[in-house]
Structures are given as C-alpha cells and as structure tokens.
Write a protein that binds this ligand. Structure first.
Ligand SMILES: Cc1ncc(COP(=O)(O)O)c(C=O)c1O
Length: 422
C-alpha cells in the first residue's frame, strides 16, 4: 500500500469517493493519459467527470497560463475589471454566442456547477415572482441545497438533512412508456392537479449522473414550447453535457431551442480550473448589483485558459472531429451489446457522452474495476451504478481511443466468461 494513499485515507473525511474506485496516487497527467507513483500509465476515459474535455495540461492553454503567471497578471479580483476577464468575454461573444445567434448576458456566479445552478434558480424566482421549479426524474444539478432540491438521487437528497422544498419532479423523456409531456401539461392546465405554475423548469439534454439518459430533440423542443405557452422560464443545465461533450458547443443547439437561462461550468476553463457562468437572456438580467455575490468569481487563471480553449471552436473542424470519433464509440458499444447478450445491455447517450446500461446487477461496476486494473479510468453512472460511462477527452487520438475500447471489451469479455469468480 502506498504511503501517500495511507496519508489520504487516514486524514481525509470518509466522504471521499472517487479515490475508492481508483485507489492509486496520481503524479502526472498529459492530454488523455495519467500516471501513478509507480509510473503505471492509465488512459483517462473519465476526464474529471467532464471537466477535462480537452484532456489534461493542454500545451496551448498551459503556455498562455504560464506566460500570464510569469507576467504577474492578476490572479484574484472578485468581480473587478481585469484584462483577462475582458478578453474572455469578448472571445466568448465572438466565437460562441454571436455565430450561433445567441443573445445572453454573462453572469459569473461562484466557480462551480452548483453555483451556476443556484444562481439560475434564484433568478428565475426573482423574475417571475413564483416559488416552484419543475425538475425531472434522473436529474442531477449539484450538492448545495437549491441544486439538491432539483436533483433526483435519493441518497444525495437525504444528505441535505432538511426538507427540500418548492420543487416538483416530472418524468424525463422515456421514463415511462407514455408521452411524458402529455402528463406534464395536464398538471399545468388542471387547477386541481396540486401543481402550481412554476418559475422555471430545469433540464439536462443528456443526463450525466442520472444514467446517460438522452432526451429526444423533439421532446426538448416540446418542453420549450410548453414553457413559452405557460410563461415558464427554461433553464438548461449544460454543466456536464456542454462544451462539446455531445458534439456541439452547447448540447441544446442540435435540438434548435433557446433556453432563457444556461448553466455552464466543468470544461469551460478548458484546463480543469474552476469557472462557471450563468447565461441570461438580457431582459431577465434584473439583479441588483451584488445581489448574488461570491469571493471566487474572478478566477483570472481560468479566464486565460478558457479564452485559449475557445480556439478549438474557431471553425467547424473540432465538431467534425468529435462527430467522427463519436460514431466509432457508438458502433463499438452497439457491437458489445450484440456480442454479449448475457449483459442485457442498452446503449445510451449522444456524442461523446455515452455508455452501456446493464441489467445485470453490479456488472457495470465490475467492468470499471477491471478496466482500472488494465489501465483505463472510467466511472459508472445511474442511481444503481448500472451504466458504465465513456467520457474520453474529445481530442483523444483515434489510436488511443481504439486502445481504450479494446480494454473495455477485454473487461466485458472476461466478466462474461468468468462470472463466478468475479
Ligand atoms: C448537470 C450537472 N449540473 C451541476 C453539477 C454540479 O457541478 P459541481 O460539481 O461543479 O458543483 C454537475 C456535476 O456533476 C452536473 O453534472
């Protein structure tokens, strides 16, 4: 047992989690690879749970950051003005918002995903004067109280220790065999339903933690229409599905919708540095100055790397690259499900946000554990960890993508052939 692992296990709270699935001490990471203390190499199909869509320590971003640090550029500035922030805002407008015909004000909440979600919920309530939020089965939005109140997972919800209020959960797409939106709209129109018209609906286009459930574009379009019809604000939580993960910069682009409020974080900084934004339709930007505040909103190092990361989006080549490789991943997963019927598998997801849900209890956790032994880092998702979830860096070279897929197949094959000893 490693001394460093001992130190961490002795001193860190039992709340630690990923270390339990990947019990080794990492020392170095580059692009889509990580190394541990013994020099063992791992392919990273986890990517910081979506915070490292461009891999680890990307050379271009690193150089910009090192230059900035060496020139004593501002590190911390609350929400005072800095050149790093101005450059980020300008480039985000030029490269992302303007070409997509999207008109949003950019708010900096705290630097994490749950911070942007909290700010979105607060703003929706303030704008509409209503209290309730509709969220969806399987949704995951973060660990602070507001975000937990719109999160489905019962274990996480219980952690709140208080009643989670002013929210109503509705069925996500394909949650049942019926059209879930007929049911949703009936609740809104029926004065006897017990459900008040909410301030907002909050939705993920593909649910990450909830089990890689991808809503159909048609469903998302109808959600938008229902919101418009009833004067309900539409919040799309892009924290995990955004920044290219499903194939486009915003995951909702392909559905042709325009949310009122957008939550972005994880891979926004591109370098794994904490950064979040809440994008707000201009007419909804009715905050009083300082009404939503936070010490770490001016993370200038993250602005620098986020600005550099936008170079990936200057033309359509990166999207094309993601598309091409995601087809390789998807057909690999379909083959696995067909070749190994024993796992009762179902391919889920979209783009680079995909996985296999297995009906065999504990199977997906065993696959990820076996992959780890074989040098591949991958996590599970879903309320019962029933999905093994492939999250490689979007710019992973095809050869290493292929190598990772081979490790996954080897793990699945081993477990199917030898289920008793595993
Ligand atoms: C969709 C979604 N929203 C919000 C969050 C919370 O982000 P953070 O962990 O940075 O608070 C996550 C985290 O996984 C997420 O997947």
């Amino acid at each position: 047992m490693s001394k460093n692992l001992d130190i961490i296990n002795n001193h860190e709270s039992v709340v630690r989690s990923y270390i339990r699935n990947f019990p080794t001490v990492f020392t170095k990471a580059k692009d889509h690879k990580m190394w541990n203390e013994d020099g063992k190499e791992y392919l990273d199909f986890f990517s910081g749970a979506g915070a490292l869509n461009y891999g680890h320590n990307n050379d271009h971003m690193k150089q910009k950051l090192v230059d900035y640090i060496m020139s004593d550029g501002i590190t911390h500035s609350l929400d005072m003005a800095s050149t790093a922030k101005a450059e980020f805002l300008q480039k985000f407008y030029d490269v992302i918002l303007h070409p997509r015909n999207l008109d949003y004000k950019v708010m900096f909440p705290g630097p994490t995903g749950t911070n942007t979600v909290e700010s979105a919920l607060k703003l929706a309530r303030k704008v509409t004067g209503r209290t309730d939020i509709i969220s969806f089965t399987g949704g995951f939005h973060g660990m602070t109280i507001g975000a937990l109140s719109v999160t489905g997972n019962s274990m996480k919800r219980q952690g709140a220790g208080i009643p989670l209020q002013n929210t109503v959960t509705m069925a996500y797409d394909n949650y049942v065999d019926h059209d879930t939106l007929v049911y949703l709209e009936r609740f809104l129109e029926d004065k006897g339903s017990g459900v008040a018209i909410p301030a907002a609906m909050i939705v993920e286009t593909v649910q990450g933690e909830g089990g890689i459930n991808a809503a159909r574009f048609e469903w998302l379009k109808q959600i938008e229409e229902i919101c418009r019809r009833w004067g309900i604000l539409l919040i799309v939580d892009e924290v995990q599905a955004g920044i290219g993960r499903t194939g486009t910069f915003f995951s909702f682009e392909a559905a042709g919708i325009k949310p009122d409020i957008i939550c972005l974080s994880k891979s926004l900084s591109g370098y794994g540095l904490p950064l979040a934004v809440t994008l707000i339709k201009p007419e909804l930007d009715i905050w009083k100055p300082g009404e939503h505040n936070g010490t770490f909103r001016g993370n200038n190092h993250a602005f620098v790397t986020a600005t550099a990361a936008l170079d990936f989006w200057m033309d359509s080549s990166f999207e094309e690259e993601i598309h091409e490789k995601s087809e390789i991943i998807y057909s690999f997963l379909e083959d696995i499900v067909e070749k190994y019927p024993e796992i009762n598998g179902e391919v889920r997801g979209r783009g680079f946000m995909v996985g296999i849900a297995s009906e065999v209890e504990g199977f997906s956790s065993k696959v990820t554990a076996r992959c780890f032994e074989l040098g591949l880092i991958m996590e599970t998702a879903g309320p019962n960890d029933e999905v093994f979830k492939l999250f490689p860096a979007l710019n992973i070279p095809k050869e290493d993508l292929q190598r990772g897929l081979e490790i996954i197949e080897e793990s699945v094959k081993g477990l199917v052939k030898d289920p008793v000893t595993n």
